[in-house]
Design a protein around this ligand. Sequence first.
Ligand code: LMR
Length: 343
Amino acid sequence: MNTSTLIVLDSIRRFSRCLFAVCLSLILADCGGDSADETVLIKFPHVTAPATPKGQAATRFKQLVDERLAGRVEVEVYPSSQLMNDDDSLDALAFGEIQMIAVSLSKLDRLTHKFQVFDLPFLFRDLQAVDRFQASAAGKSLLHSISDKGLLGLAFWHNGMKQFGGPVPMRTPAAARNLKFRIMESDVLREQILQIGGNPQKMAFGEVYQALQTGAVDAQENTWSNIYSSKFYEVQEFLTETNHGYLGYLVTVNTDFWNSLPEDIRRDLESIIAEVTTWANEQSVAINNEGREKIAASGTSEIVTLTDAELAVWQTTMRPVWQKFEGDIGAELIRAAQNSAVQ
Ligand code: LMR
């Protein structure tokens, strides 16, 4: 090869490298999607009705974003499983198809065993105990416990305490024997139902009403607000007030999406989330009480209240669940939750 051919080849190589670098930077700039004049879209699907604690919190989040970040951030809330169920939303968030979720902590079981602590029966007496735990160092560390999956917890939102519904009053666990119970996608909840002699069936929230109506399942556990807003009480003769477990949510984003946001927008969103969390968690008890009152007033199903002695039998029967999951959850985390519970 003569000298002039070598020079031409070298020029072509340099030009190609240069062209490649320009293309790459254009592609990266496009993927980042964080140029100052682009509106950030936050798609936020969830499964409950707009009038529930989560539904209200999501709506409030959208309202505050509309007020304070108009033109810069747009929030689209899709309630009542309109867009997808919770399981699918975890995948969609990981793939960046949606930007925010607030799935119940029980359903994060497939990502980490840590959140199973919230499913341990009779661990938290009420929402104040949950508040203390979530505000503790151990509780706050849970916000980062799915970072290895590319997901970040921003806040905990409450729904409330769970009750049992079924074809019979459940004054004792013996009444639950052989009933088919719909449960959320959690192995702790599965074990809890096995301990009382029931038959647990994991099922998406959007399918529960029909499953109860057709007899595919006999019984279920949920909060007053969910039982009321999703009309489970219409297809359950008895609702037994056990307050045996907590139902709450992790407000979660995709870490890459969150870090790609311009810093000022991210700061504003964080402060809106903090404000919404305080507001929503303060009213979750009232929303659940209202659901309970409306169910009682409907006369459609009977609310069964238990004596302390009856509740004690429930607690003793379900307690072995704690030991079974201590290894997965970690004894220290359970102790931290217990300490918050008794303060
Ligand atoms: C359920 O599936 O029962 C709950 O997770 C629904 C919800 O989001 O409150």
